[in-house]
Design a protein around this ligand. Structure first.
Ligand code: NDP
Ligand code: 2IT
Length: 450
């Protein structure tokens, strides 16, 4: 990856990070983007360099890696790897999701845990950064296999987490079903009924609106970003990649805000419905049947299914919301979107746009909402779930949703203000990195060398 550092300190540090974390390109990518944004901050505040804050920030406080043995339905022993990266606890207990996907290895969990530090800080709530997961693939497994895997995973993870220590949640491959099994096993091992996980079911301590929060928050952010430029989502055509938790509830809120969502995808391919996606069919296929998105065209023959997920960015749209996975939208896809007149892109997934894609959008004047800011509604609502658990009380859907809305509006303005303050007006990538960083860095300085 090309390095654009002006300052020698940052270039040397980045080279050291690459050498000390070999074979982890996603982690290098995430760190480099943040360090590039922090150069102007450290020019004004050299104490962040002099007191070792930057070097501490890029080194996880703790990396836990463990064997996850379980028995499949045919009686065969299966071995997976489990991870939890406790990255930074300067402003609160570690907080971040668990990802179950065959592509998971230490570098993926480190990139996600690193980004989580800044995202969590941006929410304005007291949560540190962490992430975990496994290379286990829930696809094609029976409920009982998923349960046995989750119980084994938690048997080890329980030693390292706690309601005031580290609070995991969902991410790719981890939804309500998995959180339920994980919570049950934690409670059994520790004999404690505490809010140690978020995204719990509503019958056992979950918060209303957590399921919807990431997708809804993404749209609240996008709407505010557009409103600030005298525009809105109403009447716009939207393309959303993925068809999981984030994509489904982004589709629901975008539609409520008067936009028309015409495409969704999964890792096999994408559907295009020029009449607007009918979300009830998608929810049935993905949430109930756990089937593939191509089933949609059986219910709605006007829609077209195309094999291969990356082609989704060829569809003409005003707004693109990548909500599947990292590096799913590259420079060429960005150029196609720009040529087709896209006005706004906001990231529901973590790091879905490659560095080349981000540069292309910024050069073309496309409004660009980076993941750390745009998808922070999920973890923000997780923090609201923690508050409700501590209070032993639950808020109504409307109360949680209105707090989520307020948080997303504030995140947009804080990122926009930080960008402007450092002479990078409208660069929300830099603004989000800087606004997220300053609170964590000041907390680290105050707490000394720890
Ligand atoms: P889900 O598991 O519910 O859905 C993931 C979706 O992305 C599926 O449609 C999946 O397709 C697709 N997908 C996964 N991997 C790939 C791949 N390699 N190529 C193409 N498509 C892929 O996960 P979520 O909706 O929860 O997460 C989606 C993104 O949002 C992730 O980047 C996650 O980190 C991020 N995020 C999630 C939050 C949350 O609260 N859940 C909060 C903030 C960010 P398939 O079924 O074929 O695998
Ligand atoms: O990437 C993310 O912010 C999440 N997967 C949600 C984390 C959380 O703790 O709710």
């Amino acid at each position: 990856m090309e390095m654009n550092f002006k300052n020698r300190y940052f270039r040397d540090l980045m080279e050291r990070i690459i050498a000390r974390n070999p074979g982890e390109p996603e982690f290098h990518q995430a760190v480099q983007e943040v360090l590039e944004s922090l150069e102007p901050v450290c020019e004004k505040h050299p104490e962040y360099i002099e007191k070792g804050v930057i070097e501490s920030l890029v080194e996880p406080e703790r990396v836990i890696k463990f064997r996850v043995p379980w028995v499949d339905d045919s009686g065969k022993v299966q071995i997976n790897r489990g991870f939890r990266v406790q990255f930074n606890s300067a402003i609160g207990p570690y907080k971040g999701g668990l990802r179950f996907h065959p592509s998971v290895y230490e570098g993926i969990i480190k990139f996600l845990g690193f980004e989580q530090i800044f995202k969590n800080s941006l929410t304005g709530l007291p949560i540190g950064g962490g992430k975990g997961g496994s290379d286990f693939d829930p696809k094609g497994k029976s409920d009982m296999e998923v349960m046995r895997f989750c119980q084994s995973f938690m048997t080890e993870l329980a030693k390292h987490i706690g309601a005031d220590t580290d609070v995991p949640a969902g991410d790719i491959g981890v939804g309500g079903r998995e959180i339920g099994y994980l919570f049950g096993q934690y409670k059994r091992i520790r004999n404690e009924y505490v809010g140690v996980l978020t995204g719990k079911g509503l019958t056992y301590g979950g918060s209303l609106a957590r399921t919807e929060a990431t997708g809804y928050g993404l749209c609240y952010f996008t709407e505010e970003m557009l409103n600030d430029k005298g525009k809105s989502m109403r009447g716009k055509t939207v393309v959303i990649s993925g068809s999981g938790n984030v994509a489904i509830y982004a589709t629901e809120k975008a539609t409520q805000l008067g936009a028309k969502v015409v495409a969704l995808s999964d890792s096999n391919g994408y559907i295009y419905d020029p009449d607007g996606i009918k979300l009830d069919a998608v929810k049935r296929i993905k949430e109930v049947e756990r089937a593939r998105i191509k089933e949609y065209v059986e219910a709605y023959p006007n829609a077209v299914y195309t094999e291969g997920c990356r082609g989704i960015w060829n569809i003409k749209c005003d707004i693109a919301l990548p909500c599947a996975t990292q590096n799913e939208l590259d420079g060429a896809a960005a150029q196609t979107l720009i040529k087709n007149g896209v006005i706004a892109v906001a990231e529901g997934a973590n790091m879905p746009s490659t560095p080349e894609a981000i540069v292309a959008f910024q050069k073309a004047g496309v409004l660009f909402g980076p993941a750390k800011a745009a998808n922070a509604g999920g973890v923000a609502t997780s923090a609201l779930e923690m508050s409700q658990n501590s209070q032993r009380y639950s808020w109504t859907f409307e109360e949680v949703d209105s707090k989520l809305h307020e948080i997303m509006v504030n995140i947009y303005h804080n990122a926009a203000r930080a960008a402007e303050q450092y002479g990078m007006k409208d660069n929300l990538v830099a603004g989000a990195n800087i606004a997220g960083f300053v609170k964590v860095a000041d907390a680290m300085l105050a707490q000394g060398v720890v």
